[in-house]
Write a protein that binds this ligand. Structure first.
Ligand SMILES: [Zn+2]
Length: 396
């Protein structure tokens, strides 16, 4: 028998504070903390549009026929059943897109991380109202063989789901959850206490130690050997967004992007983010022309400089139209390529599209625009920053 097998090994997680990595000078004042509680985007690239104004403008666009209503008639994004590795052995870094902003990442060190899991039909506080999936879920949570850490970018419903988090906690009681500041209470209220909440630029060391009676068989016929510890460094980083789970808690909890480094692989998860705020322009105007040099968020270049380069970036490319409403908080594919370059990712995969209609762009537009944006930024159109099918795995 040629195939190698790995006996089920149980790991216990320990989280500790590593020595402080360098942080940008302008981050020391914590200008993203509000004195009144809550958080803000401390950059010129942000503009605050009140939540009710957004809703009012989006409804008005629909009523006046200005809004594009995306057609979700199949076929749209192909969905396939993911093939997860049955053991913790992975020669390469492997990322599987599970729809919207959810990625499952298998690290060569053995670490298994799930980002922004939402295994629900609707991303909403209600099971009967709110955006409904137009592409199928590629698998069930129970199909995922190992989950050591779940990393949450922020608390919007398309990124943080109570039933999903509860199910993960029940299925993998040793799984450790990471979220930006202010989210720990939500987890505690959900009965989950193995949670670490972090501020931008803070890091933790995650150590997974095999339980004392675990043995690992690396190949049939080998003597069982003691599996080694799995180490990772997990860091919360800035991004330009907001947060809310109700009408009354906007920006009360922090949002963030994340880095996860384990052995020789380093992943950047951009979460949900904008890059620059674009004013209302006529529909045919391309806001990426040189005459539209609006300020962009400086945090990504700081991330690249102080935490990069990254083996892989997971970067949002969807939910951007209309730009004058969405651009402060959601990157379009051109913004996404800039984020990719600023953060010094060697490769990237797109996310935050293909699952729920949240905005007005056609559902198959983000990958097309991504190709245009790559070309315009002198990046080859395939093989560097790709989109994959839902359920597809890519290796790096
Ligand atoms: Zn969001």
């Amino acid at each position: 028998m040629a195939a190698s097998t790995t006996a089920a090994v149980l790991y216990a997680a320990t989280v500790s504070v590593p020595p402080q990595s360098p942080i940008p000078e302008d981050a020391e004042s914590k200008s993203h903390h509000l004195k009144t509680g809550g958080f803000r985007n401390p950059w010129e690239s942000w503009s605050t549009i009140p939540a009710l104004t957004i809703v009012r403008k989006m409804i008005a666009r629909r009523l006046t026929g200005k809004a594009n209503i995306p057609d979700t008639t199949p076929p749209t994004v192909p969905v396939r059943k993911p093939q997860f590795l049955p053991s913790r052995e992975t020669p390469k870094l492997r990322a599987t897109w599970l729809g919207h902003a959810c990625y499952y990442v298998e690290f060569p060190s053995g670490l298994r991380v799930l980002f922004d899991p939402v295994f629900e039909d609707r991303c909403s506080p209600f099971t009967w109202l709110g955006p409904k999936r137009y592409t199928e879920m590629p698998c069930d949570l129970k199909d995922i063989p190992f989950i050591d850490a779940v990393i949450i970018s922020h608390n919007h419903y398309d990124h943080l789901s109570y039933p999903t988090i509860r199910q993960i906690h029940q299925q993998y009681p040793g799984c450790h959850f990471f979220a930006p500041l202010g989210n720990k209470k939500w987890f505690a209220d959900s009965g989950i206490h193995n949670v670490t909440e972090l501020d931008w630029w803070e890091e933790r060391e995650l150590e997974l130690s095999p339980s004392s009676n675990s043995t690992e068989v690396t190949a049939v016929g080998d003597a069982p050997s003691k599996p080694s510890n799995i180490l990772a460094r997990i860091g919360c980083l800035p991004c330009q967004h907001t947060s809310a789970r109700t009408l009354w808690d906007r920006s009360k909890t922090l949002w963030g992007s994340w880095s996860v480094e384990s052995a020789n692989s380093k992943v950047y998860f951009a979460g949900d983010t904008g890059y620059r705020a674009v004013p209302e322009l006529p529909k045919e105007v391309d806001d990426h022309g040189p005459e539209h040099a609006y300020p962009h968020c400086p945090a990504f270049a700081q991330v690249g400089q102080l935490r990069g380069p990254f083996t892989l970036g997971l970067i949002p490319i969807g939910a951007y139209d209309p730009r004058f409403i969405m651009s402060p908080m959601h990157a379009d594919p051109h913004d996404a390529v800039k984020i990719f370059q600023d953060t010094k990712c060697q490769r990237a995969l797109g996310m935050h599209w293909g699952t729920w209609v949240l905005t007005e762009e056609d559902v198959m537009e983000p990958p097309k625009k991504l190709k245009e944006a790559l070309k315009r930024n002198d990046v080859q159109e395939t093989g560097i920053f790709d989109v994959c099918d839902i359920g597809e795995s890519r290796e790096f």
